[in-house]
Ligand binder design. Structure first.
Ligand code: RFL
Ligand code: PHB
Length: 386
């Protein structure tokens, strides 16, 4: 089978299929260096970390990843700890960079001599309603056409695969938000042991980390903002203002080694299957990053898709593949709901005081009611557990 895209979804699917002896080829538009440097997600759900282990790719994640048992909600200059593991059957989250997961999977694949082609853009997908679809690839040495039995579209929201579903069958549900995230990676020891999600009247802030010497921080900014409007001094000042409490010291500052602005969107594409094409990950859905669900959702699709392909290809049982889209979409909408809840609760409105009142009521409930914090914790740690 052909897998389009060497993000976490495509690479994990390839790795799982490889271990079952199911032949597959992964085609990636960008270079190896580019995909290994792309800084994105950092929080891995409990069940998804187990899936990475099951794929034989968890060794470094278990060694270098940070296990967290709580997160903090910060508002009104006050900290409120949500004891995640206590509320979610003892389960922790793992803080480990997406690009590290990608590096581990690329290393495994190349070590095993499995097919993985970089700088190879799929430009067209054909014959999806026949038994032998094919993809047209612009590779380093020129155009190539590859025939296969199935095509896994793991090529993100700007890829080709979701566009291969005929317009009259495709439903696309979309929501944009009136803010973006400015994210930085800095060579500074985290001044917090656990992640901090903060609502301040100036906007959202998030304190996260990658290792004992690397911090990852985000600021909610206006959608029209550009990086040249945000000098280092302005970024640090704003982070310090938003994250300040009466007890905590200033955040640790260091050289900023990566920065970017990301728009916030929710997208769901239905159906996730068309003939021999199966969409997984960002190709089918986008969530705003406030719930830390994007990569987790991508890998959860892969878990379902892998099981369904094994049933079909090893035992000729096509039921799970038939149900693939419906099975995934149920979880996708739950993740959209949770991500929207987290996003709306933590990003203040600059005009609507009614909205701000609702946000504060939600935050107080999430922090002070055991029932509300349990729902938040279970959704955050392991979406499948609710
Ligand atoms: P990817 O990672 O985008 O990979 C798709 C790959 O397909 C390639 N491609 C093509 N290849 C061949 N031919 C074509 N025509 C192609 N078109 C595209 C691309 O080059 C790329 O390599 O999708 P995938 O695998 O579905 O993975 C999804 C995740 O990357 C994404 O959901 C997360 O990063 C979202 N996200 C987070 N998710 C979490 O679970 N936890 C988090 O803490 C979290 N934080 C975040 C995030 C995303 C962020 N940004 C930058 C959007 C924080 C941020 C700031
Ligand atoms: C990150 O560490 O990059 C991160 C953590 C939590 C989020 C989003 C991103 O919700």
């Amino acid at each position: 089978m052909v897998i389009i895209g060497a993000g976490p979804a495509g690479l994990l699917l390839g790795q799982l299929l490889e271990r079952e002896g199911i032949e597959n080829i992964v085609l990636e538009h960008r270079s190896r260096e580019y995909i290994e440097k792309r800084v994105r997600a950092g929080v891995i759900e409990y069940g998804i970390a187990e899936l990475i282990d099951e794929a034989g790719a968890g060794e470094r994640m278990r060694r270098e990843g940070l296990q967290h048992h709580g997160v903090e909600l910060r508002f009104d200059r006050t900290s409120h700890r949500i004891p995640l593991s206590e509320l979610a059957d003892g389960k922790p989250i793992t803080v480990y960079g997406q690009q590290e997961v990608v590096k581990d999977l690329v290393d495994l694949r190349q070590g095993a001599g499995a097919s993985l082609f970089f700088d190879s853009e799929v430009v067209a997908i054909e014959g999806l309603t026949t038994d032998s679809p094919s993809v047209q690839v612009e590779a380093v040495d020129g155009p190539v056409r590859i025939s296969c039995d199935y095509v896994a579209g793991c090529d993100g929201s700007f890829g080709v695969s979701n566009k291969a579903i005929p317009k009259e069958l495709l439903r696309r549900h979309e929501r944009t938000y009136p803010f973006s995230w400015l994210g930085i990676l800095t060579e500074a020891a985290p001044a917090t042991e656990e992640l901090i999600y903060c609502r301040h009247e100036n906007g959202f802030a998030l304190y996260s980390m990658r290792s004992p010497t690397l911090s990852r921080l985000y600021l909610g900014v206006r959608p029209e903002d550009t990086l040249d409007q945000w000098s280092d001094d302005r970024i640090w000042d704003e982070l310090n203002t938003r994250l300040a409490t009466d007890q905590t010291p200033e955040i640790n500052q260091g050289p900023i080694i990566e920065r970017g602005i990301t728009a916030m969107r929710s997208i769901v594409v239905e159906p996730m299957r068309y003939g021999r094409l199966l969409l997984a990950g960002d190709a089918a859905h986008i969530v705003p990053p406030t719930g830390a669900k994007g990569m987790n959702l991508a890998l959860a699709d892969v878990r379902v898709l892998f099981g369904a392909l094994v049933d079909q290809l090893k035992s000729g049982d096509g039921r799970a593949l038939e149900a693939y889209s419906a099975t995934c979409l149920e979880r996708v909408w739950r993740a959209e709901e949770f991500s929207t809840y987290m996003t709306q609760m933590l990003h203040p409105s600059y005009q609507d005081e009614f909205e701000n009142g609702i946000q504060m009521a939600r935050l107080r409930q999430a922090a002070n009611s055991k029932e509300a914090s349990t729902v938040l914790a279970r959704n955050y740690v392991d979406l499948n557990s609710l």
